[in-house]
Write a protein that binds this ligand. Structure first.
Ligand code: FMN
Length: 314
């Protein structure tokens, strides 16, 4: 049963994502929003709960050669890989270019635990960073290429090490390419993560029949966009059953209604990714739409929507 409707200005939009105080529940997803400034002509970045910057490595990287993006039914494939300016250039050039008051989450991506730790150390103590997101969907070189996020023991090692290296709020971004997301979420909780972001893109490929070649130079890529939303929702729901940590839901969000679905399934906040390419102002529109939904359904706080799904007991 819903309570009496409220006016939008009566709704408190703020949420706390594992110690990151967000002015609202909407962030933009790593790799789809550049370093923030690229989107400043389209929306006031301070309207967002926050944005997650492109994943940073120790040194600048170029990523994969073309072709590295392709259309897919209801989404896109990408194999950009690690292209980024590197952690030092981010701190020196990109952060100062952002307007004051923008909530920045820095994403970290590396191939070895020790290298993740070094990036995390270089980001810690830098005033403008509200929190870290460790992208655990990168192949671990010493283990022959298996993703950190696919092996519970490797994931535990990684989270333990970065947790020790920084007191900043620490989100761990999980890979969907696993059998049991609940197990991976429990590992993060056990090793002291502050929250979990899920999901990264879903491993996929596409083929050009005329040339009989894979479409992407890397053969494999990551599928994102609305095609993966039901998978992401399912995984957020399962993770919310497995842990008490706050969750940040990512995957195919195109509208406020989509974002609300993630909140109902147990996410404290959401990230908007591929949709930014279609409408660079979409994240701001989703902020307003969530508040309008909460008001219409009589929720005085957006935080009260979290886990409010009316699902049969299991
Ligand atoms: C072009 C592109 C680049 C991405 N780069 C990163 C990245 O650097 N780090 C990361 O954690 N996720 C990266 N992602 C994954 C997104 O952050 C997000 O998890 C995924 O796309 C699912 O959300 P969406 O369907 O809303 O795009 C990238 C996605 C795309 C499409």
């Amino acid at each position: 049963m819903s309570a009496a409707p409220l006016r939008p200005e009566q709704v408190d939009p703020r949420v706390d994502l594992g110690g990151i105080a967000l002015r609202n529940a909407v962030l933009t997803a790593s790799g789809t929003f550049g370093y923030g400034v690229e989107f400043a002509p389209f929306l006031d970045l301070r309207r967002l709960g926050g944005f997650v910057a492109k994943s940073l490595t120790l040194e600048p990287r170029h990523g994969n050669p073309p072709r590295r993006i392709a259309e897919a039914p209801s989404g896109m494939l990408n194999a950009i890989s690690l292209e980024n300016v590197g952690v030092d250039a981010f701190v020196r050039d990109k952060l100062p270019a952002l307007p004051e008051g923008v909530t920045v989450v820095a994403s970290v991506f590396e191939t070895e635990v020790e290298r993740y730790v070094e990036v995390v150390k270089r980001l810690t103590g830098v005033g403008r960073i509200a929190g870290l997101e460790v992208n655990a969907s990168c192949p671990h070189v010493k283990s022959g290429g298996i993703e950190f996020g696919q092996n519970p023991a490797l994931l535990a090692q990684l989270v333990r090490a970065v947790r020790r290296a920084s007191a900043l709020p620490l989100l761990v971004k999980l890979s969907p390419n696993v059998t049991d997301i609940g197990e991976m979420a429990r590992v993060c909780e056990g090793e002291g993560a502050s929250g979990i972001s899920l999901i990264n893109s879903v491993q996929a490929m596409e083929v050009d029949v005329e040339s009989r070649r894979p479409v992407l130079s890397n053969v494999l890529g990551g599928l994102s966009g609305p095609a993966i939303r039901p998978i992401a929702l399912r995984m957020v729901w399962q993770a919310s059953r497995a842990v008490r940590l706050p969750l940040c839901g990512v995957g195919g969000i195109e509208s406020a209604a989509d974002a609300v679905k993630f909140l109902l399934c147990g996410a404290t906040a959401v990230q908007v990714g591929t949709s930014n390419y279609l409408n660079p102002a979409i994240a701001g529109e989703i902020v307003d739409g969530i508040v309008a939904y909460a008001a219409r359904h009589g929720f005085a706080r957006v935080a009260d929507l979290v886990g409010a799904l009316e699902a049969p007991p299991r």
